[in-house]
Design a protein around this ligand. Structure first.
Ligand code: AIR
Length: 426
């Protein structure tokens, strides 16, 4: 696999990236064409269809515009984040093969803004000739945490100790080896802290077992901090690695991303990039692969995998030569990948979370723009058009510069104010 990395200094990069309404009857003015959901920039340009209409699809749609390609979304609801902005939206149910097949019929490539499309549907789509990227065989490792752990272990990739568990006895046996607390994870379907439970003892574990979902147990890793390595891989087997970032999490949910990870030893950064590129190749990923990592005194351990644009890469919109969203489109279309280099010495992204409206703050997040924008014109605001439910990711902000402490202060203040009407996270 050829690859380009974010640590390459301006000079050459390796691989192929080197080369460089109408109602009623009325006569329309001659040069105006009637528009419809089928419109597309050029009849020859490919159409990418994304299953899922969340913020990831919304930002991928934005990246499709300068590329002049077609972009369609299969959304659950007409008010999903991407459905609100993308002109070509189909409302349907990704659990239904019929809905997936009819959506795919209008697309050259099918890709995803979440990992929840059933594996048997992915296989059926591929069986009818639909190009699915990433393919079902790769996506399985982002969908099924047990399959992921087993395969990573077989590949010799360091992971937390783990075991499938189905009873209190299984959990007790595992805890006898690794000690409490034990982390229980839903084998399938979890994200953003959902489907992950840190259990201090057998009582909590029994409660989680009672939910009746397939579980695996993992040791509770005493990590120094969390990192993420984001790479892209194309069917041509070209790879590109973004600089390794630090992710700051609370209750299993990402709050901030620091790019690059401050003070990360060069050898660890190289290890993480290489690991992610090798994993993308070994798993046959097409598109983005985000590898969430624990930095521990005994080295790096892989926590989770995602095969789609990832929260740890939102900073790339302003902070890298090629955004992760553009990179994903390039990869799934088998175009040469873009340079992943940083556009500033340090970039910080902070998520905006929905909160119950507080006294003194308007009911509408838009009310808060004047304060944030007047207070810091350097803050880039991205809001997703989502209903601000407590704890829900409804936007993010990005700031670029050089002093990570100052950047974090600016980003978290802006994000907090947008979400809560106050300048500090509670
Ligand atoms: N998403 C997918 N996996 C993890 C995340 N955060 C994004 C996708 C999905 C959206 O979050 O864009 O469509 C769902 O967000 P919510 O707040 O409706 O659950």
């Amino acid at each position: 696999m050829t690859f380009v990395t974010g640590r390459n200094r301006p000079g050459p990069v390796t691989g192929r990236a080197e080369a460089g309404q109408g109602c009623g009857v009325r006569v329309l003015p001659r040069r105006l064409r009637r528009v419809s959901d089928q419109r597309q920039a050029s009849p020859l340009a490919p159409v990418v269809g994304m299953v899922g209409g969340g913020q990831l699809a919304r930002m991928t749609y934005q990246a499709s515009i300068p590329l002049g390609i077609g972009f369609r979304v299969l959304a659950d609801r007409p008010d999903d984040s991407a459905a609100l902005v993308c002109p070509a939206v189909t409302v349907g149910d990704y659990h239904r093969l019929d809905d997936l097949l009819s959506f795919a019929a209008g697309c050259d490539v099918l890709t995803f803004d979440h990992e929840h499309v059933p594996g048997e549907h992915l296989a059926a789509l591929a069986g009818t000739g639909v190009t699915v990227a990433p393919g079902g065989a790769a996506l399985r490792y982002a969908q099924d945490k047990l399959a992921m752990r087993d395969t990573l272990t077989r590949l010799g990739v360091p992971c937390p100790r783990y075991a499938p568990v189905a009873s209190p006895e299984d959990v007790a046996a595992f805890a006898a080896q690794v000690g409490w607390p034990v982390v229980l994870k839903a084998v399938r379907g979890g994200y953003d802290g959902r489907g992950v439970w840190v259990c201090d003892g057998p009582g909590q574990a029994a409660e989680v077992l009672g939910y009746g979902v397939p579980l695996l147990a993992e040791e509770h890793v005493p990590f120094v901090r969390e990192l993420a390595a984001l790479v892209a891989r194309s069917p041509h087997r070209q790879g590109a690695a973004y600089p390794v970032v630090e992710t700051v999490q609370r209750e299993g949910v990402c709050r901030e991303v620091l790019a690059p990870a401050p003070g990360l030893a060069a050898v660890l950064a190289e290890d993480a990039e290489r690991l992610a590129l090798e994993l993308a190749d070994a798993l046959g990923v097409t598109g983005l692969l985000a590898v969430e990592l624990f930095e521990t005194p005994r080295g790096l351990l892989v926590n989770e995998l995602a095969m789609r644009p990832h929260n740890s890469g939102h900073w790339t919109i302003e902070g890298a030569t090629t955004s992760q969203f553009e990179q994903h489109l390039r990869a799934v279309l088998d175009l040469p990948l873009g340079a992943p280099q940083l556009a500033a010495p340090q970039v910080v992204m902070a998520n905006v979370f929905g909160a119950p409206d507080l006294a003194g703050a308007g009911p509408d997040v838009y009310d808060r723009y004047i304060h944030v924008m007047a207070g810091d014109p350097g803050v880039k605001v991205h809001m997703y058009g989502k209903a601000p439910r407590p704890g829900r990711k409804i936007g993010h902000v990005t700031v670029a510069g050089s002093d990570v402490v100052a950047l974090r202060d600016r980003a978290t203040r802006a994000a907090s104010y947008l979400g809560t009407g106050k300048e500090l996270f509670e």
